[in-house]
Structure formats: C-alpha cells, structure tokens
Design a protein around this ligand. Structure first.
Ligand SMILES: Nc1nc2c(ncn2[C@@H]2O[C@H](COP(=O)(O)OP(=O)(O)OP(=O)(O)O)[C@@H](O)[C@H]2O)c(=O)[nH]1
Ligand SMILES: [Mg+2]
Length: 317
C-alpha cells in the first residue's frame, strides 16, 4: 500500500486511478492516504461546472480542457454521470473520446456515479478533488447537474462556479429554483447558435439587478460548445475570477468556508449513521410508548442523542 502512495507521488497515473477508487469507496487505506496527502493540496484551481441536464456541460468541459492545454495548463475532470438517460447528454468519456487528449499526460478524466458508494456524493467529490490536487493538476473541474439542492451545495465546493444555461428552459431564467443563479461566479449561455440565446442573456442581466453577492456581478458569456466558440473567453474569465479573489484577499476566506463545509458533511454523515444504529436497537417499549402517547418524539430525540457514541468511525462500510 505504501508502494501505491510512492508511485502516486512519482506521478504514476495508474497509481492515481487506483488511489481515487480507494478514496471514493472510503477504504481504510483510502482514508489514511487522504490524510497523508492533504498537506500536498491547496494548489489546484477547483472549478465547478453546473447547469441543467443536457445544457452542454460535458462539451464545454472538453472545450475548456483543449483551451487549457493550449496554455500548457494541466487539467483533471470529475464528471458526475447523468443519472437520467433521457437528457441526450453523453457521459464524459464519450465527449472526451472526441478530443485527441486520451494519450495526453496533462489530462485526466474520471466519471463518478451518482450512487452506489458508501456515503454521499459531495464528500466523495471533495475527497477525490483533493487527490487530484495533490497529484499536481493545475485545474480540477467538477461537472455536476445543477438540479437539486445537493448539487447547489456541490457547486459551493469550488473556487469558481460556472453556471451553464441554455435557451428553451421552459419558462426561462425566471423559472429556475431560488438559489440556483446565486451560486454562479460566471454565467455561460451555451447553445448560442439556437434561437432565444440572446433573450437568456437579457433575462440574466435583469435578474442580476435583484441578486445579492457575487452572482450580481458575474460575467455573462455566450458559447457554442460544439464549435468551441467563446470557450477561450470562459477559461479567461475562470482564471481571472480566482486571480481577483486572490488580489482582494478573499481566496483564503472562501477556501476556509469550503473546507469547513466539507468537514460538516463528513461529521453529519457520521452522526446520521450512528443515529440509525441507535434507532435500530431502540427498545420495543419506547416504540410502544410513542404510540400510546406516554413518550413524545422530542423527548425520545433527546434520549437518542444521549445514546450516540459520538465517535468518528475509521471507515465506512
Ligand atoms: N446546438 C448546440 N448543441 C450543443 C451545444 N453544446 C452541446 N450541444 C449538444 O447538446 C447535447 C448535450 O451535450 P452534453 O455536453 O452531453 O450536455 P451535458 O450538460 O453534459 O449533459 P448531462 O451531463 O447529461 O447533463 C449534445 O447533443 C451536444 O452535442 C451547442 O453549443 N449548440
Ligand atoms: Mg455531461
């Protein structure tokens, strides 16, 4: 196992791939490796690419990689595979196969499935991003479908979040769930070759007057990801965003917030696991007295908390 870490440190990609699996599945070795590699992290620029299903996120990511390589920046991608096959979106691997980057040492792509892992998606993505950061990639891109609240939270785990929108979103930008637009550091209106793209840009400008925080001033860029049009500007805006955070001393604060959110996720998960364990061993008389109204749920909740072991598990099966 220490051999694997050694090969990782020597820059061997197969060791990277294996270590990512360990970390994703939270094997005891993965958890230990994560801890050991953590001091090597903090260099990469973490970029969240989020937006509705089929918006062209993967195509855009492929274009961003091509542009990054042109500037000699290395890039890794963690793509959360679309859970629905209806969207017309292809898995990341398919998009990348269209590029000539498979043999490129400066590019690494990994799909992450939405389920079937011990633990939540967000903490797994964080941990895997740390590994890619430690490996030395300049850019680490996270592609997620921005539909649920979870995804919005994932978007907050990046230094720079790009929200990809497209024409034809039903009732338009106004219909998006509250909080969706606010995560954006950069707005990209993709599929600018389709009718209605200019209207999306105009709507966004109007909406921005009502926003608070960073999204209020986020640049709005148009792209045609399939032809590469406008992608150079997107990468420039991404790099500039982080530079501005640094210049204005906001990067430290943002990074702290991001890492605290990660710790909170892990702590919550451990607590939820232990709570479930306690519930499983709940005496039958407690259940009964709930139903006969001798015990109220709040009192039981307090007892449950008292019975938590309050220790952090070494690993999660
Ligand atoms: N007309 C047009 N089609 C595009 C553009 N960008 C992407 N597409 C097409 O839109 C479809 C979805 O593209 P993807 O890149 O897979 O979209 P995605 O957002 O990654 O999809 P999911 O991961 O499933 O959410 C594909 O058929 C793309 O070829 C664009 O700029 N214009
Ligand atoms: Mg995709």
């Amino acid at each position: 196992m220490s051999d694997l870490l050694e090969r990782f440190r020597a820059g061997e990609r197969r060791a990277l791939a294996r270590l990512l699996s360990h970390v994703e599945n939270r094997t005891p070795f993965g958890i230990q490796a994560e801890r050991e590699l953590y001091p090597l992290t903090g260099r990469a620029h973490l970029i969240g690419i989020t937006g509705p299903p089929g918006a062209g996120k993967s195509t855009l990511v492929a274009g961003l990689i091509r542009e990054a390589r042109r500037q000699s920046l290395t890039a890794a991608v963690l793509a959360v595979d679309p859970t629905s096959p209806v969207t017309g979106g292809a898995v990341m691997g398919d998009r990348i196969r269209m590029l000539d980057v498979q043999s490129d040492e400066g590019v690494f792509i990994r799909s992450v499935t939405g389920r079937g892992r011990g633990g939540g998606l967000a903490p797994a993505l964080c941990a895997m991003a740390h590994v890619l950061d430690a490996f030395g990639f300049d850019l680490v891109l996270l592609e997620t479908v921005g539909a649920g609240q979870d995804d919005v939270d994932i978007a907050r785990l990046a230094d720079t979040t790009v929200l990809v929108l497209v024409p034809g979103l039903g009732d338009g930008v106004q219909s998006l769930k509250a909080g969706t637009l606010e995560v954006a550091d950069i707005f990209v209106v993709n599929k600018a070759d389709l009718p209605g793209a200019n209207q999306v840009v105009r709507d966004l400008r109007v909406m921005q007057r009502l926003m608070v925080g960073a999204a209020e001033q986020a640049p709005i860029l148009s792209t045609v990801a399939t032809t590469g049009e406008g992608i150079d500007q997107v990468l420039r805006a991404i790099l500039e965003h982080r530079r501005q955070l640094e210049i204005h001393g906001q990067l430290t604060e943002r990074t702290q917030r991001r890492l605290l959110a990660e710790a909170r996720y892990l702590a919550l998960e451990a607590l939820a696991d232990q709570l479930d364990e306690v519930l499983e061993t709940l005496p039958a008389e407690d259940r009964a007295s709930l139903e006969t109204r001798q015990l109220d749920p709040r009192t039981l909740a307090m007892r449950l908390i008292e019975r938590l072991r309050l220790s952090f598990p070494a690993s999660r099966s």
